[in-house]
Design a protein around this ligand. Structure first.
Ligand SMILES: CC(C)(C)CCc1c(C(=O)O)[nH]c(=O)[nH]c1=O
Length: 314
């Protein structure tokens, strides 16, 4: 079987890549992703200026009993937009496509980054993080539909209607799938959606210390790993059904060929890994590739298109 695929008319050797934020904040990590067997890669969501982010501990793996996952409240630590823009100018696009993720602290910051990217005419693919903070006290952008609509209108126009994508938080209500998709479908230049970002504001507690386990936000943080797989699959399939003109990138709960297969079956074109990559390192791509190929061989599938988006219902 073959894992070859295309995304926005670009050829990829396989559908696997990192999730923004994991193993992609500094050049040494980005070079390791380039050398890895991932089919593509994305940079850490950046802000206009560099940020230290939140005090540590700010990421913890939850590996007590099954299931397994992570909680994080990093606080957008990153080297600042110019650093990643420079990286896009020296990336080897022959080896694999590069996505650049932005998460401005304000609409103006997002528009400034989009404007620089438009003028840079870089082959990097823009992924706008809609979990980016909104006005303090208001819900994140992905949960404030009016603000999301305004941002998309301004960003798509600022980017000259060049193709871009958005990283979506998980939704849990059919009416929200409908409303978010209706907004996204009004922007044809939004060529893909990445579902999902971590499930926000979970709380991990340690029974021995009777304490939370991360320092920021009284221990509240984004949940990743096994815990989020069913929600991730639902969001991938919900937007796959509602946005037939857009590609869906799946993210959430992928740690082996099995979950990658499920995301593809649910409608994903590419599949991102976060928690599992954080814990295993870039060698994970070779492992998951082999596992996915083995599943395809067992099922008699030659290409991803033989099962991509072909989830059956009862
Ligand atoms: C949560 C925000 C800090 C507003 C955005 C960056 C981000 C972070 C982070 O930098 O804390 N962690 C995630 O799991 N997803 C994200 O999108």
């Amino acid at each position: 079987p073959s894992l070859a695929t295309t995304f926005l008319d670009l050829p990829l050797t396989n559908p696997l890549m990192n999730a923004s934020g994991v193993w992609c904040s500094v050049a040494s990590q980005l070079e390791a992703l380039l050398e890895s067997e991932s089919g593509a890669m994305v940079t850490k969501s950046c802000t206009l200026e560099p940020r230290d982010g939140n005090p540590e501990p700010r990421y913890r793996v939850l590996d007590g009993n099954k299931p397994w996952g992570s909680i994080n409240s990093m606080g957008l630590p990153n080297e600042g937009f110019p650093y990643y823009l420079r990286y896009t100018e020296r990336h080897d696009y022959e080896t694999k496509p590069l996505f650049i993720s932005i998460s401005g602290l304000t609409l103006d910051d997002n528009l400034a980054m989009v404007d620089s990217l438009k003028d840079a005419v870089t082959p990097a693919i823009l992924e706008v993080n809609l979990s980016c903070p909104n006005v303090p006290g208001k819900a994140q952008l992905g949960y404030d539909f009016d603000a999301m609509d305004t941002l998309l209108a301004e960003v798509t126009s600022g980017y000259g209607q060049r193709q871009l994508g958005v990283k979506l938080p998980p939704y849990f209500d059919i009416a929200h799938f409908d409303e978010a998709a209706a907004i996204l479908n009004r922007y044809p230049s939004v060529a893909f959606v990445t579902c999902i970002n971590s499930i926000g504001n979970a709380l991990a507690i340690d029974i021995n210390s009777e304490s939370v386990i991360i320092k920021p936000k009284d221990g509240f943080g984004g949940l990743g790993g096994d815990y989020v797989l069913p929600t991730a699959l639902a969001n991938v399939n919900a937007f796959f059904r509602r946005c037939p003109e857009k590609a869906v990138i799946g993210c959430g709960g992928v740690k082996s060929g099995q979950e990658a297969f499920l995301h593809l079956l649910a409608g994903a074109t590419l599949v991102q890994m976060g928690t599992a990559l954080y814990e295993e390192g870039p060698g994970i791509f070779a492992r998951v590739k082999a596992e996915l190929l083995s599943i395809m061989a067992q099922k008699g599938y030659e290409n991803l298109s033989d099962f991509q988006g072909k989830l059956k219902t009862l």
